[in-house]
Design a protein around this ligand. Structure first.
Ligand SMILES: NC(=O)c1ccc[n+]([C@@H]2O[C@H](COP(=O)([O-])OP(=O)(O)OC[C@H]3O[C@@H](n4cnc5c(N)ncnc54)[C@H](O)[C@@H]3O)[C@@H](O)[C@H]2O)c1
Length: 340
């Protein structure tokens, strides 16, 4: 069936729908005629992401639920009468927050994911999409080889598991739990595993932002805020633009349910040093980049062997890093100007 028709009239819940990925997904679903509701605690998401250009995408009084999904009763309430649940809500943040809050983050994500899955099963939701992360790959494999080649992960290499952070563990447990429900025929499950996502509607605060919005904020504020890269800058990530992520989220419901985890990301990585240089270039400012080697930098290197995404979903990355960064920079500049 066509992606333009399968969502028409469907009652779709997006948890984390006020967040970076969720808000773009809500827009795509509304555009395709779905009846969308959103559940989000606004821990990191924002209401204004659901009103691009000032026009609300959904009826905020009726269909927006500001709830904490660690509360099982809230999960039961928001999953009632849904044809499809996209479960995107979890604690997501930059490396400093992740490694500074390992216990509470693991605890929170496990509770959110477990409550949501139980509620979806109890309310007989037929279709459920869960999203995992490339942070779940074993830390020992997430490094370049002796010749400097990037490991291109296949989906099954996530096991035997030994992720670096409790965030990676929590998201892998979420995948595993959802697979168990699917294997017992309790509901149909779509599983996507994303590499590093970026784009508009990102969190920009120093406390919780991820690397791209953090560097963009520093570039915009330069010279008032120092343009410092955390770590050596040699660490590498496979960045994927949010529009490509939304494309995969739509496709998985059409042709990817019951097909196991599918990785979404490019088959090349970019060093944080290259990223910092590109963002400095986009800013048009004369910026000297400095590095803080005392800061943690996470996995060394990783990217996606995305053949499964192409074969199962017909997915491919479309937005180049250069184009995606320019669009993100522009959005951040407007958002910061608006916030004063
Ligand atoms: N951004 C990435 O690089 C990336 C990579 C891989 C996977 N993911 C996954 O994609 C999903 C969406 O991530 P995102 O980048 O849009 O991040 P995000 O922080 O913008 O979105 C997550 C949303 O969940 C909400 N939330 C957090 N705790 C909650 C709670 N207790 N109850 C209800 N809502 C709560 C937040 O307010 C936020 O709006 C997450 O599950 C994340 O693990 C993201």
């Amino acid at each position: 069936m066509s992606l333009d028709t399968i969502f028409k009239g469907q009652r779709v819940l997006v948890t984390g729908g006020a967040g970076q990925i969720g808000s773009h997904l809500v827009a795509a679903l509304v555009q395709r005629g779905a009846q969308v509701s959103v559940a989000d605690s606004l821990w990191r998401g924002k209401r204004e992401h659901l009103a691009p250009g000032g026009q609300p995408l959904i009826d905020m009084d009726r269909d927006f639920h500001q709830v904490d999904l660690t509360d099982a009763a809230a999960c039961a309430q928001v999953t009632a009468n849904c044809d499809l649940v996209y479960h995107l809500a979890d604690v997501v943040a930059g490396i400093n927050y992740v490694f500074g809050n390992q216990f509470s983050l693991f605890n929170t994500n496990l509770r959110i994911d477990s409550n949501m899955l139980h509620a979806a099963v109890a309310n007989k939701v037929p279709k459920y999409v869960y999203v995992g992360t490339a942070c779940s790959y074993p830390a020992a494999l997430s490094v370049s080889d002796a010749e400097g080649r990037t490991p291109l992960f296949r989906e099954e290499q996530v096991y035997p598991a030994l992720p670096e952070s409790s965030y990676g563990w929590s998201k892998l447990m979420g995948e595993y739990h959802a697979e168990l429900a699917m294997n017992e025929g309790l509901l149909q499950v779509g599983l996507l595993r994303f590499h590093n996502v970026y784009g508009p509607h990102c969190e920009m605060s120093p406390e919780r932002s991820q690397v791209i919005p953090s560097l963009i904020r520093k570039a915009i504020r330069h010279p008032d805020e120092p343009y410092v890269v955390w770590g050596s800058g040699k660490q590498r990530r496979a960045f994927v633009y949010v529009d490509d992520i939304v494309d995969a989220l739509l496709r998985v419901v059409d042709v990817g349910l019951g097909r196991g985890a599918i990785q979404i990301g490019p088959d090349y990585s970019t060093s944080i040093r290259e990223l910092a240089e590109e963002i400095a270039r986009i800013s048009g400012k004369d910026i000297d980049i400095s590095y803080d080697p005392t800061r943690r930098e996470g996995d060394g290197d990783r990217a996606a062997d995305w053949r499964k995404a192409r074969e199962v979903l017909g997915w491919e990355p479309r937005v180049s890093l250069t184009e995606g960064l320019a669009r993100t920079y522009d959005w951040c500049r407007h958002a910061m100007a608006k916030a004063g």
